[in-house]
Write a protein that binds this ligand. Sequence first.
Ligand code: AMP
Ligand code: MG
Length: 392
Amino acid sequence: MISVNEALAALFAQVTPLPAEAVDLSRAAGRALAVDVVAAHDQPPFAASAMDGYALREADARPGAVLDLAGHVAAGHPGDAPVAPGTAVRILTGAPLPPGADRVIMQEDVTRDGGRITLNLVGPNSHVRARGCDFARGARLAAPRRLRPADVALIAAMNHARVRVARLPDVAILSTGDELVVPGSPLGPGQIVASNAFGLAAMLAAEGIRARILPIAADTMAAHHQGLALAGAADLIVTIGGASVGDHDLVAKAAGEAGFDLAFHKVAMRPGKPVMAGRRGGQLMLGLPGNPVSAMVCATVFMIPLVRALQGLPPGPAPRETHPLAAPLPPNGPREHYLRARLDPDGVRGFARQDSSLLTVLAEADVLIVQPPGHDGGAAGDPIEVIRLQGA
Ligand code: AMP
Ligand code: MG
C-alpha cells in the first residue's frame, strides 16, 4: 500500500493543466491566474496629495511662513499653473500635485485668513504619494496564483478589465450503491440517503466549481458503465462507494473496463484506505470510499489539491498548520490517521468518536489532525500538524 504522499505524487503526475480563458474581473475571484498581469501604467500615475491641505514648495515650508493662495486642485480636477515661491494651492486628497509644489501641509496645521495661510506646524511627512510608489508600469502579478480579493483589486488598478485564468474543471460526481436514495426520499427497508455527493459538491463550490451530480448508479456493471458514460467529457469523475473489494464493489472493475488506467488503489490512510485514481486520455477519475467521513476526508486530501493542480496551481498537499495537542491521542497504527478534531484556545483536541460514518462529528470539527504512522499519541503540549476544514 502506498503512502498519502506517494498517492498525491501519482495523482499530480496524471494532471495536464486546463487551458486558459479570459474572464471579466468581476468573475475572477478564486480563479487561478494563468498568465502574468502586467501594469499598464505607474500607480499612482502622478504624484498625489495624501491629505486635504495646501500644496507648496519645500523651500517655503517653514513654521510661521505666510503664503498667498493661488488656486485649488481636487481629485479629478488638476491644475497646471505652477506654484510660485511664496504661494500655496488648496489641495484635496488624491489631487495631482501642481507643478512646482513638492510637499503638502495638512489643513489642521495651517491658519487660513481669506486668501492667505500661515503655517503653524511643518512636520517631516511631505504627505505626497510619489508617482509609481505602489507599482511601476511593467510591474507583474505573476501566474500561477489563486486570485484573492486584493489581487483582483490590484489587476483592476493595473488597468485590466479582463484577466486570463485557467478554465474551471468540469467535475461529475457519481454515487454508487443499491442502498442509496436521494435526499428527501422516503426510506425503504435497508435504504440510506446518498449524502456524500452533496458534501463533495459543496466542497467544490467553495473552490468556485459547480459540479454535476449524476444519478445514483446501482451495484451492477451496467449501471456503473452508464454512470461513467453520463459523465461525458468531464475533466474529473469522482465516484463514491464501491471502492473496496467486496462482491458489490464494482468501481475499479468498471473503470478498468471503461478504459481507465488506475494509478493506485488503496492508500495507507484512515479513514479512506480504498481510495483510487485513474486516467483515460485527458480524463481523470478519483474513486472515493463510501463512508461519509471517509469520502469527505479523501476529498480534502486528494480532490481539492487535484482540482487546484488541474487549474495549473502549484501541485501540493492540503496546507497544514502546527498546533499543540490539548490532550494525548490514542497511539496510531501503520496508516496515517486523519482525526476529526476541534481547535480550542489550549490546543487541538481529537474527538473521542472517530468512526468514519459519523457526519455529526465531522460537522463539529474545525480541523483534521494528521497523525503519522506509528505515532505514540504524544502528550498535551506536543506539536501536531492539522489540516483546517473548509469553512472552519
Ligand atoms: P461502500 O464503499 O460502497 O462499501 O460504502 C461504504 C458505506 O458508505 C456503506 O455504509 C454505504 O451505505 C455508505 N455510502 C456509500 N455511498 C454513500 C453515499 N453516496 N452517501 C452516503 N453514504 C454512502
Ligand atoms: Mg457500496
